[in-house]
Ligand binder design. Structure first.
Ligand SMILES: *Cc1c(COP(=O)(O)O)cnc(C)c1O
Length: 399
């Protein structure tokens, strides 16, 4: 007997990371083993470095790690500071908290600029905080560009402006793990000293490597850093032929990266950003229609977790359930009945929030299919909502 119904068709993968891997990238990563010092590979590697710098919008330095984003986070802190140094972390949500926790584990003093997760940081408070630090105790400001757990964006250009207005010399560290190649980002123009990125989100690759873009100023600061490190040590990396990686280079992922960079440049980075904005607006139109924070609605349905439209993320939407309704039940219905995978609520948002990832290799019908499945799951779970969210998204996409 066939007890378990096997789903047919592709799983709609609407998590905010990892993300969908394009077929051509999947084929590219299936490359046979090759010596990472082989001339053919080295040529491809150098092309990848140049291409990724174009995505970061930098002409400065780049270091890779065979590790998920957490490895690049650790590298960003271990390479720049000394035990006891103070860092200012701008609170955005689960990911800013995790980065702060890592800093503490590395022996750093973490100062936090507190913020409401639903509204985001106050730049006047940031400026005032930095201006008040007359002894320049704060060595770096850590900013998560896109808070994947709350579905909010932090304007990194505004962070830089607040630092400049306060005349503060701290380094600026930005986590772009869920924003790079999805939302506009300008490392050099925004004066970002260290950019943390990973393979499995906007770059549409399997999980497996991460990297840091590093400014001249940061590389200079690195020379005075005494936090113990070896695998992540930039000085050690600079002695290697690849000027990165301690140990074996994950060659197959670089075949994938070359292809993902080709796809991004074929579409054009600005067009990639515009596509993310378009799809995100459609998702938000559906959620607003379902409920709560829509214009003429008081149905008490699921609502956008982000309460400031100007700061809503264009790569992931976090949706807050009405009281008494379980986000994980909606996710389970989507997964089990419609073969649609959604992101869970993280940290204090577990069970209260579910997330629709809309970054990477994605188009209109994929978004509409996901929204239709969510709307059916709301109905099946008796979650109050105003039906017609998909039509609202279609309207937004054709306005
Ligand atoms: C995914 C993510 C991370 C963690 O990256 P891993 O690759 O899972 O280690 C860190 N910061 C942000 C903003 C993320 O979205």
């Amino acid at each position: 007997m066939n007890a378990i119904q096997k789903p047919r068709g592709r799983m709609f993968f609407a998590n905010p990371g990892p993300t969908n891997i394009p077929d051509s990238v999947m084929r590219a990563v299936s490359h046979a083993s090759i010596d990472f010092n082989d001339a053919d590979f080295f040529e491809l590697y150098e092309r990848c470095v140049a291409g990724l710098k174009r995505v970061l919008r930098t002409k400065q330095h780049l270091f890779f790690y065979t590790a998920s984003g957490h490895g690049a986070w650790e590298a960003s802190m271990a390479n720049l500071f000394n035990t006891g140094d103070t860092l200012l972390v701008i609170e955005t949500g689960h990911f800013s908290e995790s980065w702060a926790k890592m800093g503490k584990a590395l022996g750093l003093c973490i100062d936090t600029l507190p913020a409401d997760w639903r509204k985001g940081a106050d730049f006047c408070a940031l400026r005032a905080k930095l201006a008040g630090d007359t002894e320049h105790r704060i060595k770096a400001v850590c900013a998560v560009h896109n808070e994947t757990a709350a579905g909010t964006m932090l304007d990194i250009g505004a962070v830089r402006a607040a630092m400049d207005a306060a005349g503060h010399p701290a380094l600026l560290l930005a986590d772009t793990i869920s924003s790079l190649a999805s939302l506009p980002f300008e490392m050099d123009a925004w004066g970002v000293d260290v950019v943390v990125g990973g393979s499995q989100k906007g770059l549409m690759l399997p999980t497996g490597f991460s990297f840091t873009g590093v400014s001249e100023k940061a590389l200079e600061a690195h020379k005075g850093s005494r936090i113990p490190k070896h695998y992540f040590d930039w000085s050690e990396m600079l002695t290697r032929r690849h000027r990165s990686f301690i140990g074996t280079v994950p060659t197959t992922l670089f075949y994938g990266l070359a292809e993902s960079l080709r796809l991004l440049e074929e579409e054009g980075l600005e067009q990639v950003w515009a596509r993310h904005t378009r799809l995100a607006r459609a998702v938000r139109a559906a959620v607003k229609h379902w409920s709560g924070n829509g214009p003429n609605s008081n149905v008490g349905g699921p609502e956008l977790y982000c309460q400031d439209d100007a700061r809503a993320s264009d790569s992931v939407t976090a949706i807050l359930m009405p009281d008494g309704h379980d986000a994980d039940a909606v996710r389970a219905t989507c997964r089990n009945r419609f073969n649609v995978s959604l992101g869970a609520g993280l940290n204090k948002l577990a069970g209260r929030v579910f997330r629709i990832g809309h970054l990477g290799d994605l188009n209109e019908p994929m978004v509409l299919g996901t929204l239709a499945s969510v709307e059916m799951a709301l109905k099946l779970n008796n979650v109050p909502h105003r039906p017609g969210g998909v039509a609202a998204a279609m309207e937004e996409l054709t306005a």
